[in-house]
Design a protein. Sequence first.
Length: 69
Amino acid sequence: MNCYECRREGRVAASAEAVCQRCGAGVCTDHVRVEMQELHQQAGLGKRTKNRPVRRMLCTVCEAAERSG
């Protein structure tokens, strides 16, 4: 799979190294944004947070859209 953002920009498409969690586009290392996020899980009447954060990968378009609001 090739990077969708590279193709959209008219560049030689690099191999996709990740998939955007939001839109599903394949993205290369230049276009992927990696965030760490706490994982919450319902536990009885409260919410429990896991000890380790999870990795979340987004393309540049979805990251910008999330931050715009």
